[in-house]
Design a protein around this ligand. Structure first.
Ligand SMILES: [Zn+2]
Length: 186
């Protein structure tokens, strides 16, 4: 764990942490779930909320891979960190199983009043920075699952923030499916 605040390679400001804190400070959100399916582990987000039981941080990511964090045993001081690492070569079946068996039950138990998505699309099979084999259909599937949860516990409140994605064809196709699913909720 990084012990003092300093920016790493990809970001200077943690948008999703700022959004969570803003929702709590200005909009009365009490329990927030951050679901992070970017292929890289969100080490900054995990560290920010490591000791905060009001924010559940749940991540699928390739491991081992940069930045090296995100092991299952990293659970936070109040068991509000949920890591479900995937292996190089894993695809939609393993991703959906990790979500179904590890992450979504924790969201159902928490009943968040806001769901935030760290929507990185670099787990796509075309992405050059990683070695997972997700497709647009997998991103659409998890988007639908999270919408269902938002509708059941959070009055439909869900905000998605774009994170990584380094193959423009895979990224654009995935974002299109993701946004189409989000729009289908309205
Ligand atoms: Zn990434």
């Amino acid at each position: 764990m990084l012990k003092r605040p300093c920016p790493w390679a990809f970001v200077f400001f943690n948008n999703i942490a700022i959004a969570a804190r803003h929702a709590q400070a200005r909009h009365g959100a009490e329990r927030i779930a951050i679901v992070d399916f970017d292929v890289h582990h969100g080490n900054g987000t995990q560290e920010i909320f490591w000791a905060d039981p009001s924010v559940l941080y749940a991540s699928t990511h390739e491991m081992p891979l940069y930045p090296g964090t995100g092991a299952t045993r990293e659970t936070g001081e109040h068991n509000s960190i949920v890591n479900a690492p995937l292996r190089a070569g894993d695809g939609g079946a393993q991703f959906r199983d990790a979500m179904q068996s590890v992450i979504l039950p924790r969201l159902q138990a928490m009943r968040p009043d806001l769901i935030l998505i760290s929507a990185g699309f670099d787990a796509h099979r075309r992405d050059p920075l990683a070695n997972l084999n997700l497709t647009e259909a997998d991103f659409a599937w998890i988007t639908g699952k999270l919408l269902d949860l938002a509708n059941s516990s959070a009055q439909g409140r869900l905000v998605s923030l774009l994170e990584g994605g380094y193959d423009l064809e895979g990224l654009s196709a995935s974002v299109a499916e993701h946004v189409a699913m989000l729009m289908s909720a309205y």
